[in-house]
Ligand binder design. Sequence first.
Ligand SMILES: *Cc1c(COP(=O)(O)O)cnc(C)c1O
Length: 413
Amino acid sequence: MHTYHSPLDLVRERSPERPVALVRPGAVALAARWFQKTFKGDVFYALKANPSPWVIETLAKNGVNAFDVASMPEIELVATHAPGARMAFMHPVKNRSAISAAYFDHGIRTFAFDTEDELAKILDATGAAKDLNLIVRLAVDTEGASYPLAGKFGVGPAEAPSLLLSARRATQDLMGVSFHVGSQCMRPTAYQAAMAQASRSLVRAGVFADVVDVGGGFPSVYPGMVPPSLGFYMDAIDRGFAEMMVHETTELWCEPGRALVAECSSVLTRVELRKGDALYLNDGSYGSLFDASHSRWPFPVKLVRDGEPSDAALKPFRFYGPTCDSLDHMPGPFWLPDDIGEGDYVEIGMMGAYGVAMTTRFNGYGDLDAAIVKDAPMASMYGLAPASIPTPRTETGTVVKLSRARGKKRRRR
Ligand SMILES: *Cc1c(COP(=O)(O)O)cnc(C)c1O
């Protein structure tokens, strides 16, 4: 990857025809070191947030050398780019041959599940292995989350005790619990509440957990969505852990995705046409702007223009992507100078999580180039950016309600 001082230098030198992922490896390194130092347990990076090889390599080099994976291709990516790294197969519904390959070919011992049937499948596919770390995925309240994940995965409080008991009996190694409070969790206390819920299920089952995995959900900062600083999340987890019925040797794990990578990448797009307040860009909802479209995620934007900087007033714009599908629409509003037009470039910030990871080749678009840039991300949870989006020092933060596109259920994470 070529290195440029800034996105503007890249535009001056290359006038890129295709969208470019602007990559800031230092931001990943800093986030990795912060989690490694501050979280009082093991940090597994949730690969789906951004599976780029350079991300895997940078994380591993900076102390986050454990990965939460969900499929064979993800396992192979980690095996290639962080050889020897620890992996946990945390998808609660797995294919039988993937479980076998994970166990026998990649040495993976940690598997999550939320039903007796999946537990039976894991035992069967590993030849009734006795050295498994079995993690029961619990359903918990996801009130504080901007992107709730409840519904698809997790065993509810009524069935949890018997599944915990089955897990305890099935392994001589570690038995644990995990949950996911929902992505971009705006409330640190959500973790404490989920841990209390997990503790009640463990007590009712009459078993001790060897692992308490608090999952992902740690936030980044976006316009209108400014979370409390991450230290408050660590404090809430410490309190929650102290209040749980666990033994001295119980391990604490977490699986951050977004918080480790949101800042590390932005996307440079070009305006191909302007129609009033609509800008037609060369990247869109089938490219890296899935969340800007389907979840109306409020990404920050910046005009990048070779020539005189604009002094026009800011105005709200909508974006259309390059494909012929009318769903390829990002409603925004995105605030940009009123004199923007064809040939201008727009940098869309804070795209490191669930941006590049979502691209398709639909309609012949979606291929991104990549380049390293040396300037700061548009916002930062780790003190990298000038305080353009202020981070409050309270435990509440600022929350904006995201409207959902056409009643579409939020499905992924
Ligand atoms: C997606 C996912 C994560 C990461 O979630 P973030 O909100 O990006 O931190 C962690 N664990 C599991 C099981 C996931 O599916």
